[in-house]
Design a protein around this ligand. Structure first.
Ligand code: SF4
Length: 832
């Protein structure tokens, strides 16, 4: 244990082999028991408070430092989001900070290559080109695209720079690819973003519903909490809706596996059964909602037999799920990418909100919807105005809200780029193609791997006339296209705050210095603002702060009185203890665990973050229309009928492709690939196919496959089993292919289309075909032996031997993982 001297590397548990660790069951009447997970490469001489930035669970941790270097992490027992636990990414991912290939000096393009430059050269060039573009074109020729792992202070500073400094609405964050639909669903139902519930609700709930949320691999510590409830004396029932048999699906009491793109049909079917059974809270509906009659009318058209015909979910399974969801006295639902990255994303996410509203399961202990965010600071991108709304969840279409910002920033309201909705990245790409957008500044994101239809994305990033600025810690696939590369500090090398999926704000302090000349994002943005000489109407600097705490104080003033009110928080209050939830103000000095405890929602026309949309057509509701039927604090029950995805499997592309995560990697692996253990655990992409399809296409486990869609091709080895026939799965993390076999990225195949309300791309469903790819001769012979074994229905030893040797030939490396070439083992083992 820590506190004792460690003379060599140490870890309290093997999180690669045992992802969720040992169980600490609890009854749900008290606090989740503490289990402190730790990993050290050497003794630490001091510890620095932080939290994990890999996913939105935001697990509290301390960074161990020795001789100015990061050497350890350990979970913070006091933090209620993890009670000391850390998952594999939290325990290992920090090693990326010490990677020898960190960017340490600015780079500037000279002809075909990028050459090292001084900060003075790089910033002068950046500011000069920005001024030139703004004067020869307009500020509308400039766009910013930011990742989901910055700090709140970075985001807020960027929002002020973009909206009131440069004066462009072209500001978006990579949460557009992950949680935009969840945010939109919160606005459509409750009038504003902000998770109604919190993780404490898991401790006391009677039932859990996960919709398109691969919680066991995405939020490993949250899943440990759920497993601990499930292994305690009062286990909650568990319903999982996911087309794949994920670890959570294997644990579930009821697993519904719909065809891709049919979430709305399934959720309408569940609402149909719940309403038919009379399991609705009419008193709550009458007092606190509008729209029930229309919702009832739409879902009446979705009896279980029709749901089965459309989605493939058997009638009996749908009824079993509806029985759990209709009977439970409390319910926590989580929603994530399986909904958000699918067609009708917002419409489907809204139906989960509807389930809670018609049953009155909201605003009290054990009842809550978590329209999850995936990225650690994704919530902050939304709050601060970097992801589709104005800062403080303000409504761009409400002049009162715009005036509030104008007063705060001391600028003319017309100077704020709020004459239309902030521009989503999918539209930025089009503007670049059309030539109206001439400068793109990408901060902490890797769109050359993460966006759909990568052939098109590469052409856009490489477009003549576009000045591409990339601010990152590594030479990413995107940075290779850049004209200017600014080396950025990583987590642990800068101070700031960020907010987890249940509104808990954490502080993370600087533990070590960034390498070389790399600088914190906030420093870079502040210098840019100073060099651009942005001024308010009093002639003072528009950005009046010089450090992270100053930025935080400025944000507090911006958030005051809004749903995400931080005014009661401070760096001092966040230091030492656990995180604190917003809103935190005079009324809720210790933070508010649950919103809507009084049944009053942020839907009044004067309060709401958005006037909403028609869920099918995305036609916006105008201010006049909204005010005419002002819900005045009642939640909106919005119905949506099912519409089939425009691309479906056919004779040419007969299979569905869906994409997703593996537990050991995060996003485009910029950091996790630089952890030796994480990389060894999942070194390469794979294509998961069902046993039935493997037999049909004569595919052996571990064999190279080519996957083709109408947009491109990707190549990876096969993983056979644990997926529905007709469906193939690829993880989206892998970008670089190899010259021998070709591209690995799942997004070579995905559709260039998106949810009309949230503008979130459809990364979860595309029509594809597969075939065996060319193998090196030796591997081909060994796989033929494996196929022979399969044909004979036995010969496990021969099969395993052939595959192991084949993997060695093919440089798979890593530990044996069932079906994942060269990957580590226990994701499946613990889950089975
Ligand atoms: S669950 Fe998320 S926040 Fe917690 S350690 Fe794992 S990756 Fe980090």
């Amino acid at each position: 244990m820590f506190g004792t001297q460690i003379t060599e590397s140490y870890e309290s548990r093997d999180s690669i082999a045992h992802i969720w660790g040992y169980r600490t069951p609890y009854a749900g009447q008290g606090q989740w028991p503490v289990r402190v997970d730790e990993r050290a490469l050497a003794d630490a001489d001091h510890w620095v408070q932080s939290a994990c930035v890999f996913c939105s669970n935001g697990c509290g941790l301390d960074i161990g430092v020795r001789d100015g270097r990061m050497v350890a992490v350990r979970g913070r027992a006091r933090d209620w989001g993890n009670r000391g636990r850390l998952g594999p990414k939290g325990l290992h991912g920090w090693e990326a900070n010490m990677s020898p290939d960190r960017l340490t000096r600015p780079l500037v393009r000279r002809g075909a290559s990028l050459r090292e430059a001084t900060w003075e050269e790089a910033m002068s060039l950046l500011v000069g080109r920005m001024q030139e573009v703004c004067s020869t074109a307009s500020s509308l020729a400039v766009a910013f695209y930011v990742g989901g792992q910055l700090f709140l202070e970075d985001y807020y500073t960027l929002a002020v720079i973009a909206l009131a400094g440069v004066g462009t609405p072209h500001l978006d964050a990579s949460v557009r690819l992950s949680t935009a639909a969840g945010a939109a669903a919160l606005m459509e139902s409750f009038g504003s973003e902000g998770q109604p519930g919190c993780y404490d609700d898991i401790d006391v709930t009677d039932a859990l519903l996960h919709v398109g949320h691969n919680v066991a691999e995405q939020h490993t510590v949250l899943w440990a909490r759920i497993l601990d409830r499930r292994h305690g004396p009062k286990p909650p029932r568990l319903v999982v809706i996911d087309p794949r048999t994920t670890p959570a699906a294997r644990e579930a009491d009821v697993h519904l596996a719909p065809r891709p793109g049919t979430n709305v049909a399934v959720l309408n079917g569940l609402l149909h059964l719940v309403i038919r059974a009379g399991r609705v809270d009419h008193a709550f509906i009458d007092a606190h909602t509008v729209g029930f009659a229309r919702l009832k009318g739409v879902v009446e058209g979705w009896p279980p037999e029709r749901v089965e015909a459309v989605s493939g979910v058997p009638v009996g399974a749908l009824r079993a799920a509806a029985e759990v969801l209709g009977a439970t006295p409390s319910l926590v639902s989580t929603v994530l990418l399986g909904v958000y990255q699918s067609p009708q994303a917002t419409a489907a996410a809204v139906q989960v909100n509807n389930l809670h509203l018609i049953r009155g399961l909201i605003g009290r202990p054990g009842c809550g919807v978590l329209q999850m965010s995936g990225q650690p600071a994704g919530a902050n991108a939304h709050e601060t105005g970097c992801a589709g709304a104005l800062p403080g969840f303000r409504n761009w279409a409400n002049p009162v809200h715009v005036n509030q910002l104008a007063q705060l920033w001391k600028v003319d309201p017309l100077r704020i780029a709020a004459w239309g909705p902030p521009t989503p990245v999918v539209d930025m790409l089009r503007y670049i193609e059309e030539g109206s957008l001439r400068m793109l500044w990408v901060i902490g994101s890797n769109p050359a791997v993460s966006l759909p239809d990568l052939t098109r994305v590469r052409a856009v990033l490489d477009q003549p006339g576009l000045l591409l600025v990339v601010q990152d810690a590594f030479m990413t696939e995107t940075a290779r296209y850049a004209d200017i590369v600014l080396p950025a500090a990583l987590w642990g090398e800068k101070t700031g705050t960020f907010t987890s999926a249940d509104r808990t704000v954490h502080i993370s302090y600087t533990a070590v210095s960034p390498p070389g000349e790399a600088r914190p994002d906030l420093d870079i943005l502040l210098e840019f603002a100073q060099r651009m000489n942005f001024r308010n109407r009093d002639g003072e600097p528009l950005i009046g702060w010089r450090d992270p705490e100053g930025a935080f104080e400025a944000w507090k003033a911006c958030s005051a009185g809004r749903p995400c009110d931080y005014s009661g928080l401070s760096y001092a209050r966040l230091s030492g203890g656990p995180g604190i939830r917003w809103p935190c103000n005079e009324q809720f000095p210790d933070g508010r665990p649950r919103l809507y405890t009084d049944g009053v929602f942020y839907t009044a026309a004067s309060d709401c973050e958005s006037y909403g949309h028609d869920l099918l057509t995305a036609a916006p509701v105008t201010a006049a229309e909204y005010c005419l039927a002002d819900p005045r604090g009642r939640a909106l029950l919005k119905a949506a009928d099912y519409t089939p995805p425009p691309e479906q499997p056919d004779s040419e592309y007969p299979l569905w492709l869906t994409t997703g995560r593996v537990v050991y990697h995060w996003l485009t692996r910029t950091k996790t690939a630089r952890s030796r253990e994480l990389s060894a655990a999942a070194p390469d992409a794979f294509v998961q196919v069902s046993d039935e399809d493997a037999a049909r296409y004569r595919i052996a486990d571990g064999q190279w496959l080519e996957v083709r869609s109408r947009r491109g091709r990707a190549v990876a080895r096969a993983r056979v089993g644990q997926i529905e026939p007709g469906l193939v799965f690829m993880p989206f993390h892998y970008g670089n292919g190899d010259p021998k076999h070709g591209p690995r990225a799942a997004n070579e195949l995905t559709l260039n289309d998106w949810d009309p309300v949230s503008k979130e791309p459809w990364l979860k469903c595309a029509a594809v075909r597969i075939r065996r790819a060319q193998e090196p001769a030796g591997i081909r012979r060994l796989l033929w032996l494996a196929g022979l074994r399969r044909a004979l229905g036995g010969g496990h030893i021969l099969h395993s031997l052939a595959l192991q040797i084949a993997r060695l030939f093919a440089k798979g490396g890593g530990r044996a993982h069932p079906g994942v070439p060269g990957a580590a083992a226990d994701a499946g083992a613990a889950a089975r």
